[in-house]
Write a protein that binds this ligand. Sequence first.
Ligand code: ADP
Ligand code: ASP
Ligand code: MG
Length: 408
Amino acid sequence: MPLIVQKYGGTSVGSLDRIRNVAARVKRTRDQGNQVVAVVSAMSGVTDGLIKMAKDLAGSPSEREMDVLMATGEQQSIALVSMALQEMGVDAASITGRQAGIITSGSHTRGRIEKIDPAMMKQMLDEGKSLVVAGFQGITPEGMIHTLGRGGSDLTAIAVAAALKADVCQILTDVDGVYTCDPRVVKNARKLPEISYDEMLEMASSGSKVMQSRSVEFAKKFGVVFEVRSSLNDHPGTLVLEEHPHMENVVIRGISIERSQARLTITGIPDAPGMSGLILGALADAEINLDMIISNIANDGFARHSFTMHSSDLGKAQAALKRVLTDLAPNSKIETEAGIAKLSVVGIGMRSHSGVAATMFKALGNADINIGMISTSEIKIAVTVDEMRIEDAARSVHDAFELHKAPA
Ligand code: ADP
Ligand code: ASP
Ligand code: MG
């Protein structure tokens, strides 16, 4: 019997009616002759609510306790979805991360899946049950609860699909698939029939939260083909898979935006070996996730570094740098800018096409939007702009590449 893993996100289980809808969909899939494993997120807003409670109580709460707290969100929804299924006469059972055998490593709140021991899931499937697995959680070999980073139920679903060698993996969400840009921002964005792992990964890691980026990395590594589609209708979604010659022949597959970014620039750094290592080392020790890194030598003979990061890390980054710079570079200065956002264009076609940057920058210029920093990779060009203008920027670049049109 084919095995289907379906992942239902927070909005899809966001109310009792939505939970009944999920249960009906699971039942339908089962009635069509499939074994079903549904991986579910916490009801929408629940994880945010738990985080807020913890922060109101403790300022900077212990990450171990944050994991214990946040994992409860998914535990509520697996029980509720299982109950809804049982009400419909389906033999269903909830499974926590631990029961699913999801073994993690790494830090609290950012656990990484090391392996899955699917024995219990397999046994219950053999007994004819449909399973409802808690997303976003796993357990360390020492028995500590870990969560897998925000949006981590996507990773649970992909990893469970790999471990059970599922025939189909569906990420069911509140949009019909992966679009050329967030359809809430660019109204005429187009749903893509297919996207390669590399493009999905670049889009996810530059702000397209439709998929958690680590889940896409995992899918690529283990060759899990998956489909992103709506939990509310039966429209075909977007297949995410290894690139192949028959994919739509486009230069730009999509555009991502990421808000709440900040820039930090250090000037007056002595132009000497080892300085960059010490500066980046201090930021790494403070667990700051840097995004863009741009360095150059100013004409005064001193070096300057500019970094972007999430704006919530700015204070921590400044404090970490002040500590090292006082000794290393007493004449250095730190300058910061918050309220910026990042716009990225992504496409494997960029490998063999030139002129993408020119089209992108002209579109922004024509819309009177100033570009801050620029960074590029083989399949991505990213710029920072004033956060107030990010939606205009996305729309003008989307128009310039005519992404609303299906390629001929
Ligand atoms: P879930 O709760 O199902 O995990 P998410 O909210 O994490 O859902 O992700 C779905 C959301 O991702 C959509 O509602 C949409 O606003 C946003 N999104 C961002 N970029 C894209 C894109 N390129 N295509 C589709 N959705 C996108
Ligand atoms: N509930 C978790 C979150 O909100 C995990 C998920 O939804 O995928 O980040
Ligand atoms: Mg999500």
